[in-house]
Design a protein around this ligand. Structure first.
Ligand code: PCA
Length: 206
């Protein structure tokens, strides 16, 4: 059986719940087609998140790495097309806020996702879930982890596919936050499963 490593993130900034955590927890150990899903939660910490991801990739040896992140304020599930070699953003959970720093010195400016971003967006729409490809994962931790996974694949593990999917807030988070659009946990979970089915080649939508 092949393996998909699925990562979520811990809560951060003024988001006391990260819906990616519950999704990762519920999908851990499940199967999609020929793939076993193995999940981990990453820290919102510029100094540790990439190294944690690479450590887990070395441990799990996945065929595919899919990272999930919360994009609070977005209305759709958005597979990310591109990761850029920039760290810049609000304070992480350790209080660090880098300004205009490269993630990797002397490395590619950007990497394209090697996940089927168009297929995932189309399958979500076909299933009645709002979705579109996003052309920016920002410059915060989500972009950082996406870049790290793709850089590792490019330099060390060329057969591994890798990429990132941003999801909207859950109702649970929206109630606590007060000012962001949200989806039910059930729809978020269904959406992520549909993306995994496209990756696994078992999506009913062609
Ligand atoms: N979203 C943030 C970091 C953690 C998360 O879930 C981001 O979009 O960068």
């Amino acid at each position: 059986m092949k393996t998909i490593l699925l990562t979520g993130f811990e809560p951060f900034l003024d988001y006391p719940v990260n819906p990616t955590m519950r999704i990762a927890e519920e999908l851990d150990g499940t199967t999609v087609g020929d793939y076993q899903i193995c999940t981990r939660i990453l820290p919102v910490d510029f100094a540790k998140a990439s190294a944690r991801l690479i450590g887990v990739i070395r441990e799990v040896e996945p065929d595919v790495t899919v990272s999930l992140g919360l994009a609070a304020g977005r209305y759709k599930i958005t597979p990310e097309r591109i990761a850029v070699n920039v760290k810049d953003g609000a304070a992480d959970n350790e209080g660090h806020s880098p300004v205009d720093e490269p993630i990797e010195e002397e490395a590619a400016d950007a990497y394209f996702s090697t996940l089927p971003v168009r297929g995932m967006a189309d399958a979500l729409l076909e299933a009645g879930l709002p979705a579109e490809i996003s052309n920016t994962a920002g410059t915060y931790l989500c972009n950082n982890v996406m870049y790290a996974g793709l850089h590792y694949a490019k330099t060390e593990k060329p057969k591994m596919k890798s990429g990132f999917i941003h999801i909207p807030a859950s109702h649970e988070l929206a109630i606590r936050h007060g000012k962001i659009p949200s989806w039910s946990h059930g729809d978020l979970l269904r959406g992520v499963r549909i993306c995994l089915e496209v990756i696994a080649g078992v999506s009913k939508v062609e």
